[in-house]
Design a protein around this ligand. Structure first.
Ligand code: ACM
Length: 685
């Protein structure tokens, strides 16, 4: 049996592509691997050689949080260098690394925390100045990313960096309701967030499919509503502490009045009429809703939220508020009578009434309210924050009315879109119509990772590395928009995130091994490199998934926007620039494309054999057949274009028909090279 090694394959593709990107996009003596890019950076030339003995001097603030950040840094640095590093943290104004930090920052970090820092690296020392420990934490992440190999050794370029975030709210939401994610998974994701300077972990804790946070006052919430999969209060407090140590806030979300089936299964007396007979397994929007007309509802919510404030110190509490059709509100005579008595015209008005009652509770608990677009109603005071999932128009409409907002719509990871699509979406685009005062109300953005099709094995590859690119959008200046340079840095950062503990790269191999029940996945891995998962909604349409659907198939193993996709895009552009030419860039691009089509084609017979003993590969039969044809079309196109010979008559039409056929849904995956193949075929005479 033929053996396939991914190593030679990615080496061939990776090496030339990186050199192309460097040639085109690097003005610096050597390419930096910073993400997010700082707002100001000046390379001084020369390197700082990292000594094996470091003295880390705390020149002003000396706090436990700062010391812990420094210790994490030195441990990671030693791991990166691969040799022991002795270091001493002292209170002094001189050392190898000097941290001059004015204060430890707010007792509870908020959006107003000063996160800026200055980092100066000379030939002999490194100095960090920051107003707060959070700034110092960011500076240490930048310093860590600056450590890159030069001439066979790791060193740090001499540099002046003066950096601060463009937006104060840079979040990642993880939905732990639809599928529970163990604390260890959340911690490794929080580590990765810190590495790319995200600062809000939005914890989506309750859903129709599960209530995930322990309440001691209302134990049935998790007792009946969680399948036993929930976070204890101690675990949640520990996660808050863990996040704070990394400069990250934790904003909890408790969905109300909709998306509350698990909650109402536990306490049916709070329901509007229809009471759930169990945890909801189906996805989509549910008809159940909390009853906004009873005082008992507000008494319950007040006690529950009061209890939650003992776990979550953040100033903001997210109440969800989205997607509440609540048909009971239109039909139950008791609710209708309440609406008439309170002059509430329709469901939206009743929900606005509910929001105001909840807002009063939160205010009494010294908390501010956040919710999805639907909470935005004219009666609400201006200090609520709206998270926009409906799009930038909705966000801007809120800002024009004086509401602060956070943009989420373009950062929904379940669409399985390429990093570049998310990256180019800006919370305040260059052509914004908002006034300067309105722009100030746009606090930033949040990545949303919904949980329908996630488990603890697959979640990382849906979040990373794409979220690192989005983190740059939230932090770096608006004009940082160079896609090839973003992808160049993203590949480096992706591997560094893996070193930190995320499993977004290893999970693909593990998933393929699990499917094949074999250690040798070399052919399947090359085959898999031609595919990407479809979006959650396409998958839902194809498979009619629910909470109990196993997430162990081919689509779960492979990842969105693998580096090969952009490599093929670049190579196709370069090759089609002068297809017949033999200059080094064109032939390198041609070799990459050839190598891709040839190696994928060569994997097919093995995968076909393996599929016979791997039941979970059976649904891929049509994709296997298509790939055989498509890789052959790719090889033919390259041959024709290179030699300048015309294709046989009918070839182009047939090939385009084959490509169109492969666009149709099958096996919940799509061939990731179809746009490039279409361009190649169209270029043939
Ligand atoms: C949402 O996506 N329904 C917030």
């Amino acid at each position: 049996m033929k053996r396939f090694s991914r190593a030679w394959f990615s080496l061939a593709i990776g090496a030339t592509l990186i050199s192309l990107a460097q040639a085109a996009h690097t003005q610096t003596p050597r390419p930096l691997a910073l993400m997010p890019l700082p707002s100001s950076l000046t390379l001084q030339g020369g390197e700082f050689e990292i000594p094996s003995d470091l003295t880390i001097a705390l020149a002003s603030t000396d706090s436990e949080r700062l010391r812990n950040a420094v210790m994490r840094f030195q441990k990671r640095l030693a791991d990166k260098l691969g040799h022991p590093l002795t270091s001493h943290i002292i209170t002094a104004s001189a050392g190898t690394i000097i941290l001059d930090i004015a204060s430890d920052g707010e007792a509870v970090q908020g959006p107003d925390e000063n996160e800026s820092y200055k980092l100066t690296v000379t030939a002999s020392s490194i100095a960090i100045h920051a107003p707060t420990t959070v700034g110092a934490i960011h500076a240490l992440e930048t310093l860590f990313q600056l450590v890159q190999p030069v001439n066979g050794t790791y060193s740090i370029p001499q540099v002046n960096i003066d950096d601060s975030p463009r937006f104060p709210w840079r979040g990642l939401m993880i939905d732990c309701g639809r599928h529970f994610e163990p604390i260890a998974v959340l911690k490794r994701n929080i580590d990765a967030m810190g590495a790319v300077k995200l600062n809000v972990f939005h914890w989506h804790l309750t859903e129709d499919q599960g209530f995930r946070i322990e309440s001691k006052l209302f134990p049935k919430l998790t007792g009946k509503g969680s399948d036993g999969l929930f976070y204890t209060q101690d675990e949640a407090r520990e996660l808050v502490r863990y996040a704070r140590a990394r400069g990250i806030r934790v904003v909890p979300e408790f969905e109300m009045p909709g998306h509350s089936t698990a909650w109402l299964y536990a306490y049916p007396e709070l329901a509007s009429g229809t009471t759930p007979t169990g945890i909801r397994r189906e996805f989509g929007v549910s008809d159940t809703a909390i009853d906004p007309t009873r005082e008992a509802t507000y008494h319950f919510i007040e006690q529950f939220l009061r209890e939650m404030t003992t776990i979550f110190p953040d100033e903001y509490v997210h109440i969800g508020g989205d997607e509440t059709p609540a048909p009971d509100w239109k039909t139950k005579p008791r609710i209708q009578a309440f609406m008439r008595a309170h002059h509430l015209r329709d469901n939206a008005a009743l929900q606005a009434y509910f929001n105001q009652r909840v807002l009063a509770i939160l205010t009494s608990l010294h908390r501010r309210m956040m919710g999805w677009d639907e909470i935005l109603t004219p009666q609400l005071p201006k200090d609520v924050v709206v998270q926009s999932w409906r799009g930038i128009a909705s966000l801007d409409a809120g800002a024009r009315q004086g509401y602060s907002g956070v943009l989420s719509a373009p950062y929904y990871l379940d669409g399985m879109k390429p990093a570049e699509v998310h990256y180019l979406a800006d919370p305040i685009p260059a052509d914004t119509q908002l006034t300067a005062a309105e722009q100030k109300l746009i606090l930033g953005g949040e990545v949303a990772m919904w949980g329908e099709h996630l488990n603890q094995h697959t979640i990382d590859s849906r979040i990373w590395p794409r979220t690192a690119a989005i983190a740059e959008r939230f932090w770096s200046p608006q004009n940082v928009r160079d896609i090839p340079d973003m992808y160049r840095r993203l590949e480096i950062v992706s591997v560094e995130l893996e070193s930190l503990g995320t499993q977004h790269l290893t999970s693909e191999d593990a998933g393929l091994r699990d499917i094949l029940r074999a250690e040798d996945i070399s052919a399947l891995r090359v085959f898999a490199s031609a595919f990407e998962p479809v979006s959650f909604s396409e998958r839902y349409q194809q498979q009619h998934t629910d909470q109990l659907t196993p997430l162990t198939t081919f689509v779960d193993a492979i990842r969105p926007d693998p580096p090969i996709r952009f490599h093929l895009e670049l190579a196709t552009q370069t090759f089609l620039g002068h297809p017949g030419s033999n200059d080094s860039q064109t032939s390198a691009a041609r070799d990459q494309l050839q190598s891709f089509f040839t190696s994928v084609a060569a994997s097919i017979p093995t995968v076909e054999l393996e599929a016979e003993n791997a039941p979970r590969l059976q649904p891929l039969k049509m994709r296997i057949e298509q790939l055989r044809a498509l890789t052959s079309i790719g090889q033919q196109a390259i041959a024709s274009l290179s030699s300048g010979t015309a294709a046989p008559s009918g070839w182009k039409q047939q090939s385009l028909a084959r490509i169109a056929d492969a666009q149709k849904p099958s096996a919940m995956v799509r061939c990731l090279f179809l746009p490039q193949l279409t361009d190649l075929v169209n270029a043939v005479q």
